[in-house]
Write a protein that binds this ligand. Structure first.
Ligand SMILES: [Zn+2]
Length: 211
């Protein structure tokens, strides 16, 4: 299976930039996608007057469901509001990931890509790197607290970082850092002197150019 991780990361970062998301964990009301209606099963039941059992024909509810073609140009994502919030939010971004990646089917490859998209939206690698550079030690627990993701998602992210560290850079890294700079300095001020050292090194280089 061939994956274009850089491209999926770009799509995820662009979504964060376009939606003007500036803090983590991302609030549910900020989870949106152009041309897509997002509605909970619970609300859908209220609107249609059908019970949840009728909507699902008595089956247990899936986390979410993506429906196209109900009306021209409208895609509908139905989701289960009753699920554990970190998991529910990941699922919503996962469904949006299918749309952003322009998936035409739903096989194993598309599933992996949609999960990767959701993981890069809910906990972008470039921000984890920034936190690391500020002297915060990155662990499963830390990722869960900082980004409001599930233990399962945090463990997957740790696995990825152990494998690739921060080797993957992206064309939108700098734009994203700028958008989250206020959030970072407010919530995660630098803890270490080496963060400053880097800054002073740059200052020193600049100062030397004055002569
Ligand atoms: Zn999927």
């Amino acid at each position: 299976m061939q994956f274009n991780w850089a491209n999926i990361t770009s799509l995820a970062y662009l979504t964060l930039l376009e939606q003007d998301i500036r803090e983590f964990p991302i609030p549910v009301k900020k989870i949106k996608c152009k041309g897509v209606k997002i509605c909970s099963y619970q609300k859908y039941a209220e609107i249609t007057g059908a019970t949840l059992e009728q909507i699902t024909l008595g089956h247990e509810l899936d986390d979410a469901f993506l429906l196209r073609g109900l009306r021209p140009g409208i895609t509908l994502i139905l989701y289960n509001k009753g699920k554990y919030p970190p998991r529910m939010k990941h699922t919503l971004w996962h469904e949006i990931g299918h749309i952003k990646c322009e998936h035409k089917k739903h096989s194993e490859k598309e599933e992996i890509e949609a999960h990767f998209f959701a993981a890069q939206i809910t906990a972008p690698n470039v921000l984890i790197k920034a936190l690391y550079k500020r002297g915060y030690s990155i662990s499963t627990q830390f990722l869960m607290e900082c980004f409001g993701i599930s233990k399962e998602a945090a463990e997957k992210k740790m696995e990825y970082l152990r494998k690739y560290t921060f080797n993957h850079s992206n064309e939108y890294d700098d734009s994203l850092l700028e958008q989250f700079s206020q959030y970072l300095s407010k919530k995660y001020p630098p803890k270490n002197s080496c963060y400053y050292d880097e800054y002073f090194d740059e200052m020193e280089k600049e100062r030397q150019n004055w002569y």
